[in-house]
Ligand binder design. Structure first.
Ligand code: MSP
Length: 506
């Protein structure tokens, strides 16, 4: 099996915020999970560096575009690292390898007869880097940015998107899970059904972009340039080895609903025109709001995810973002909510369970955990967890996967209360029952740690080593009874120590 996952490539005119971290973390969970399943996995993220918006911001700062994007790419490169994302490559659209593939790609479209010259006259929103018709505006203003678009008229090259309507409809009809969730599939399909206009794919009035190969006086429209990153990165990410045959088209694109039309309508048509296969699947998630503010750079309320990470740690932030709202829907959250879940779920339900379990093994069994797998009542829930979580993640239901895992965490907590190991320890007659109870708690924690490893990559190995187990997180371990005998187990210090008061981040 082959699994290739992408995030959108982010504009470098602003700095990373928690909304970008959200998509990056989600993609990372999927990449880590598919690696656990032994699949051939590739995870791509990066930066979108061309276009007039970026050229303008550079100019406002008195910098050449190149100097500006080099500086900003350094800032963006830290985003995956700070949220512990394991991207296999970080693409910049100014990479020479990308530029070469973009030029080849549009040349193929041109050679296929899908590009023609025309005059564009219309309204353009710089924030979106997109054209709008009058009907798409709210009171003459951009629906996303609230700004008045500029009038724009020039010679451009156009792509015959209109001629792809039938092929796109067939693609959607043959593949009802091409776009998930269903509401986004319907939205994309209805765009196509309404009829598609040809789109301008070049700019004559700009310099900051990739030259059109057959007319170097024009540059390629930034969105066409950007979308091609998903293919171009594969051509040079591994040096001389072209990864395209290995990973294309086994790709799953993650994105939020703001850029649905570019990804779900325009991108497959561009690929067909250039002779590539369409992507395997696209998942469109919602917007996340924190403290009731839309955390998007265009609205100006920016929360730096790195601030939350430095207070709570990376794993709690990853956990919270994916747990707080069903993945796919819009959600709102508060920093107080993060604090509360940190204490209750991570601190008490998981951290405390490990501390108690290891303390009891240390105290009642001198730190020795014998192999004691038996026909435990916990076995069915632990054996079911692997297929259930994998099934959820196959449907991009990251929050549902966490729900499944957490129901096991809660079952383990109930198990301690019901079995009362501290009472069993009082009578030698209960020795076997005590062994079995301690084994089941340790095994349940081991299973939970392996299942949680993609979400909590730093915590999982701490749980496993606290229980005297290897750090192997292969997916086959998510089943009852694989805990091996161990000795020298000591009480594990709290995984999630108390933090005084909710952080204020602004
Ligand atoms: N450069 C384009 C994408 C080109 S991809 C070929 C772009 N960049 S962006 O910097 O504006 O990033 C938009 C993406 O950031 C969203 O689609 C989403 O993945 C992520 N998010 C930005 N704000 C977000 C929230 N508030 N909530 C959830 N996701 C957020 O568009």
């Amino acid at each position: 099996m082959t699994f290739y996952v992408t995030t959108p490539i982010f504009y470098v005119n602003s700095t990373p915020h928690i909304g970008h971290a959200y998509t990056t973390i989600a993609a990372d969970v999927l990449a880590r999970h598919h690696r656990q399943r032994g699949e051939d996995t590739f995870f791509l993220t990066g930066t979108d560096e061309h276009g007039s918006k970026i050229a303008q911001v550079a100019e406002a700062q008195g910098l050449e575009p190149r100097e500006f994007v080099d500086r900003m790419a350094g800032v963006w490169r830290e985003l995956p690292a700070r949220v512990n994302a394991t991207n296999d490559f970080f693409i910049r659209t100014t990479d020479p390898g990308h530029v070469a593939v973009v030029q080849d790609f549009v040349q193929r479209m041109y050679d296929a007869g899908d590009v023609y010259e025309g005059t564009y006259s219309g309204l353009y929103c710089l924030g979106c880097e997109a054209f709008y018709s009058d009907g798409e505006l709210d009171d003459g203003r951009c629906p996303q940015h609230g700004t008045v678009p500029e009038h724009f008229e020039e010679k451009n090259y156009f792509f015959r998107l209109s001629s792809y309507q039938e092929r796109l409809l067939a693609l959607y009809d043959e593949n009802p899970e091409f776009v998930l969730p269903r509401v986004r599939y319907n939205e994309a399909r209805s765009f196509i059904e309404q009829g598609l206009d040809d789109i301008s794919i070049s700019r004559g009035s700009q310099r900051w972009g990739i030259p059109v190969p057959w007319d170097p006086g024009q540059v390629i429209y930034v969105w066409v340039d950007a979308l091609i990153n998903y293919v171009s990165a594969l051509s040079y990410a591994a040096g001389d080895t072209d990864l395209r045959p290995r990973f294309w088209p086994h790709v799953r694109h993650l994105l939020a609903k703001d850029i649905l039309k570019f990804h779900c309508v325009i991108w497959p048509a561009l690929l067909l025109a250039a002779g590539y296969d369409v992507p395997r699947q696209l998942f469109v998630h919602g917007y996340l709001l924190i403290d009731d503010r839309k955390i998007s750079k265009s609205v100006g309320n920016v929360i730096d995810p790195l601030d939350l990470v430095s207070v709570y740690g990376v794993d709690p932030v990853r956990f919270f973002l994916l747990r707080v709202t069903p993945f796919g829907q819009d959600g709102s959250a508060t920093i107080g909510g993060l604090h509360e879940r940190y204490e209750r779920e991570l601190g008490n339900e998981l951290g405390n369970l490990l501390s108690r379990t290891t303390a009891m093994i240390a105290r009642y069994r001198g730190g020795r955990l014998p192999a004691a797998a038996w026909a435990s009542p916990l076995r069915p829930a632990l054996d079911r967890l692997g297929p259930e979580v994998a099934g959820r993640l196959d449907r991009f239901d990251l929050s549902g996967a966490l729900d499944e895992i957490w129901s096991v965490v809660r079952a383990l907590n109930r198990h301690v209360e019901e079995r009362k190991p501290w009472q069993l320890a009082k009578a030698a007659a209960h020795a076997e029952e005590l062994d079995r109870t301690l084994y089941d708690l340790a095994d349940g924690l081991r299973v939970v740690a392996v299942a949680l490893a993609p979400f909590l990559p730093d915590t999982a190995p701490r749980v496993l080593s606290g229980l005297g187990q290897s750090g192997d997180v292969a997916w086959g371990g998510v089943a009852y009874g694989q805990t091996v005998p161990a000795a020298g187990i000591e009480p594990v210090a709290p995984l999630f120590p108390r933090i005084d008061s909710p952080a204020t981040v602004g």
